[in-house]
Design a protein. Structure first.
Lengths: 332, 328, 326
């Protein structure tokens, strides 16, 4: 069993990642940390509790994290909102409207409450005292980890692996340069990429390459439980949104970005292109803010990241289907 | 009818090949050559430019351009940091990508009295027909001219820029030299509204010149063929040592690709209409950032992702064969 | 012998007063006027300058300059300038800089050479050193110094209206002229020629009162009356938007630079110091004066105070020389 902490800005795709992680027999979710991103941190905290509950767990502690970036907001010009493209769409499923990015997820609330300890402090306490290394899966802005690692850089030694959804090599979404998770806290992303822990970075290139199709959606829906139907609905809403606003290479498909990180922990062969690379994150006003920079010189600097740019959509669906149908042990 | 062009160069080994190509082409009418600081300081790039023009006995005016980028050097943290690159030795001699001075007779001819930006404004204001600007160094002069009088745009048919890179960089992890040296100038030129064709490292590395190609140049028996062979061989030595290409024993001769493109556009392959911005700060300083999104910002440039090296070398051979001066 | 001067203006109410003062002063030989963008778009500042040149019947060439900053607006992440907000006065809107000066339309056209090219050409050929008085954004000079750094040797001094140490106006840290094109200002700051900064600290001290305007009007010449009109308009806006220590008064910034060339003692606390311009973040467009005991190399003179009585006397004596009656 692999012990993980998830750091999420739930978010429909974060919710799918949470449900898959919670239901996978290979994974033990020790804690869920929340952060600003897809929506406000109070919403992402509520959504995180709902997602874990939907997967059948009320006992996993949820630590509310940072409400905004570490420093980016201090600069007047960096605070200027980018003209954000309209991307979120909805779809009708059996007469019900499903949305790709609702503020609150259409799932029932559990009776449990979030923890009182803020997420960065939880990292500090937990990682300082733990005797075994832990894997951290971060699928939102990296503010919590940035803060914790700033307070104590030695925490990196307790991290077995950092699996991050963020950045894009040839792709971007929120600006011409940047992917949203990195853009929302570039300094935190920079701190995390330089921390020294082994990092597997699932970029936008990878998540787009393993976008799910209509037949994947049908297969998941047929499983019939809450997690599978929620995922199928999200695939539907995303397929329609992407077709309208950002058509992918394969028509009619939809990326479930954050879930790729968990799929990878269950079966690493889902990633089909992984390279060692020297990466940094741009932290400055202007066109580059939040951009993932990969050293492309023939004489590049020392690699600090396992850079993932491609993944297998069929395998991604297999993994999710097996986990959601309670047969998750097959590939382990 | 010949296509009128103005070359803007920081000569420079590959600039020299570009100038010779432009002078010798029957399809192009080289109206003037402007120098700019880049590969070397402005005194050296101007002198080297004059040397090449003189070598070919061409009757083309040379205008001295800007000594510094628009604003970059105002910030101490943006000043170029020269790493101590170890010299490349061949046959006991030190070989550089760009020697301080080209190994041809010192110039007796002189540059014109007015500066390059002033020339652009004067010339373009008076021009009866549109002119193509081929800028293969930092874009300081061209940006300066556009700042002086933006209405000269009407007289510009196309601006062909050697610079930038998508999959390939050379000066910083994310930037190519010409754009990195004056990012603000590049941003102004890319967004000026004229047709801008960018010939980045992706195209110039693909359209490389090999040692066999050099032998072909030399076999032509002309001054330009010989000199081009020397320059390319020198570049191959340095490329082999510090930035080997996919094709072994080959060198990019960046600037000449831009001139070849004007003679035969098909020398550039995979040319896409894109939105291209230039980064100004930190890691992305001087980076050519292409908007990858479906909902891209307004497309402002044509960006070449590939080049045809066989076609490129054929064009060069054809040009050097036209040189009436026999080589030694 | 009169000092040879080139004015660089974004006319502009106080620019107009500066042009009149320079044109009428016997101490100054006004060889050319360059225009720049700033208070208004370049077409309007050029038009206003030409209107005044025509109204005064001056034989001075006008060179149109740049229409935008060197680099500031290349990205979309700059902070917008606040527009001039009109003040209602006696039922009429009054603004610091009207789009068009209240003068007949210009007949004269600008010269056919961009201002920056004129600087390069004129200064390179100059046989004596020339004084430059740029009172708008410094774009033209920034370009000229980049095209031909050697022209700095032909400059007697550059008297810049711009910046502020304890006083700013367009944002918490910046004065408009510098903030509009900080990079150009920095090029001027480090060009090697003598630079005198006439910042808000000095121009607010050398303010013009309603009383002074009455003095102008009593002179009875065209220029005196027109200056009075410009100053009164400025007083109305100052009172409403940036009241000075002295009541019913206005800074007439640009004219103070001209007055300094006529009589240097009008600036009373001129310190030799290291001046640098902030280029990024909150410091953008700030004139940073190195105040330390061990400052960086002194590269300019920064005026902290001025004598308003002397200033007004200088203006009055110039306006009195105008042959045109009001």
């Amino acid at each position: 069993m692999r012990k993980i902490i998830m750091d999420v800005d739930t978010g429909t795709d974060d919710a799918i990642a949470i449900m898959a992680a919670v239901m996978a027999p290979q994974i033990e979710v020790a804690a869920l940390c929340t952060v600003h991103g897809n929506t406000s941190v109070s919403n992402t905290t509520k959504n995180t509790l709902r997602a874990a509950f939907a997967a059948g767990r009320e006992d996993i502690p949820v630590y509310p994290g940072a409400a905004g970036p570490m420093v980016k907001d201090l600069s007047e010009v960096r605070r200027i909102p980018v003209p954000e493209p309209v991307l979120g769409g909805t779809a009708e499923v059996d007469g019900v409207t499903v949305s790709m990015n609702p503020d609150l997820l259409p799932l029932p609330d559990p009776s449990c409450a979030p923890q009182a300890t803020p997420a960065p402090l939880y990292y500090l306490e937990f990682l300082r005292t733990t005797t075994e290394k832990v894997t951290i899966v971060a699928t939102g802005a990296l503010t919590n980890l940035g803060l914790a690692l700033s307070l104590d850089p030695m925490l990196a030694e307790k991290i077995e692996e950092l699996v991050i959804m963020g950045g894009g090599v040839k792709k971007s979404n929120i600006t011409a340069s940047a992917e949203a998770n990195f853009y929302k806290d570039p300094e935190a992303a920079a701190i995390v990429l330089q921390c020294g822990a082994p990092i597997t970075l699932c970029t936008l290139d990878a998540t787009h390459s393993c976008a799910l199709t209509e037949s994947h959606e049908r297969r998941l829906r047929a499983i019939g439980n809450t997690a599978a139907v929620f995922t199928a609905n999200d695939v539907r809403a995303r397929r329609e949104s992407y077709a309208r606003f950002q058509p992918l290479e394969r028509a009619g498909t939809a990326p479930i970005h954050d879930a790729l990180c968990i799929a990878y922990l269950i079966d690493p062969t889902v990633l089909t292109c992984v390279e060692d690379a020297a990466c940094m994150v741009e932290c400055s006003e202007g066109i580059g803010d939040g951009r993932l920079q990969v050293d492309t010189r023939s004489f590049h600097a020392a690699p600090n990241v396992r850079l993932v740019t491609q993944a297998d959509p069929d395998k991604m669906c297999d993994i999710l289907a097996e986990v959601f149908s309670g047969r998750g042990g097959v590939t382990g | 009818m010949k296509r009128k062009i103005i070359l803007d160069v920081d000569t420079g080994s590959d600039d020299a090949v570009a100038i010779m190509s432009a002078v010798l082409s029957p399809d192009l009418q080289l109206e003037a050559v402007c120098s700019v600081a880049g590969n070397k300081d402005i005194d050296k790039t101007t002198e080297n430019t004059l040397r090449v023009i003189q070598l070919l006995g061409a009757d083309v005016p040379v205008y001295r351009g800007c000594r510094e980028p628009l604003v970059k050097f105002l910030c101490p943290d943006r000043l170029p940091k020269r790493g101590a690159s170890k010299p490349v030795l061949k046959d006991g001699k030190e070989v550089q990508m760009h020697a301080d001075y080209l190994d041809i007779p010192a110039a007796v001819i002189r540059e014109q009295a007015i500066s390059a930006p002033e020339f652009y404004v004067q010339y373009l204001r008076a021009a009866k027909e549109p002119v193509t600007i081929v800028a293969v160094g930092p874009l300081t002069n061209v940006a300066m001219a556009l700042l002086l009088d933006n209405s000269i745009l009407n007289k510009i048919e196309e601006i062909v820029v050697m610079g930038g890179g998508y999959n390939i960089t050379n000066t910083s992890p994310s930037a190519e030299f010409n754009i990195w040296y004056d990012p603000e100038a590049a941003q102004r030129v890319f967004h000026c509204g004229a047709k801008v064709t960018i010939v980045p490292l992706d195209a110039t590395h693909a359209a490389c010149v090999t040692l066999e190609d050099c032998a072909r140049f030399r076999a032509l028996g002309t001054v330009s063929g010989n000199f081009a062979a020397e320059l390319c061989e020198q570049r191959i030595t340095v490329h082999d040592d510090s930035q080997p290409l996919a094709v072994p024993h080959a060198a990019a001769v960046h600037d000449a690709v831009c001139v070849a493109y004007l003679i035969d556009p098909s020398v550039l392959k995979d040319v896409r209409h894109v939105h291209c911005d230039v980064g100004f700060r930190d890691f992305c300083e001087g980076q050519t950032i292409l908007d990858p999104r479906y909902y891209t910002e307004e497309k402002n440039c044509y960006f070449a992702f590939d080049g045809d090296r066989f076609k490129f070398v054929d064009i060069l051979c054809d040009l050097f064969a036209r040189d009436k001066k026999a080589g030694r | 012998m009169a000092t040879k001067v080139i004015l660089d203006v974004d006319t502009g109410s106080d620019d107009a007063v500066a042009i009149m003062t320079a044109a009428l002063s016997p101490e100054i030989d006004l060889v050319a006027i360059c225009t720049t963008w700033g208070n208004q778009a370049i077409e309007d500042t050029t038009d206003n300058t030409l209107r005044l040149v025509d109204a005064m019947g001056l034989d001075v060439p006008v060179y149109q300059g740049c229409d935008t900053a060197m680099v500031k607006y290349l990205t979309n992440d700059y902070v917008e300038n606040r527009p001039h907000v009109p003040v209602m006065h006696n039922g009429k809107p009054v603004i610091m800089h009207a789009k068009h000066l209240d003068l007949p339309e210009a007949v004269t056209r600008p010269q056919n050479v961009p201002a920056a090219c004129f600087y390069v050409d004129y200064l390179r050929k100059a046989t004596e050193k020339i004084t430059l008085i740029p009172v708008g954004p410094l774009t033209n000079l920034g370009l000229a110094l980049r095209i031909a750094p050697d022209i700095a040797e032909h400059i007697e001094q550059i008297v810049v209206m711009g910046g502020g140490s304890k006083i700013t106006n367009c944002n918490p840290w910046g004065e408009s002229n510098i903030w509009h094109d900080p990079e150009a200002a920095q090029i001027v700051a480090e060009c090697g020629a003598k630079v005198v900064w006439v910042p808000l600290d000095a121009t607010h001290r050398a303010c013009i009162t309603m009383e002074d305007c009455r003095r102008f009007r009593e002179i009875g010449t065209f220029c005196a009356k027109f200056a009075a009109e410009q100053c009164e308009q400025r007083i109305i806006v100052h009172n409403a938007q940036q009241p000075l220590d002295i009541p019913d008064a206005a800074a007439v910034h640009d004219a103070l630079c001209v007055a300094y060339v006529i009589d240097p003692t009008v600036l009373t606390d001129l310190r030799h110091c290291h001046v640098e311009i902030g280029l990024a973040g909150y410091g953008e467009g700030q004139t940073i004066v190195d105040q330390r005991a061990y400052p960086l190399e002194k590269n300019g003179y920064f005026a902290y105070d001025a004598d308003r009585f002397k200033f007004v006397d200088i203006l009055c004596s110039c306006f009195a020389r105008d042959p045109q009656k009001a």
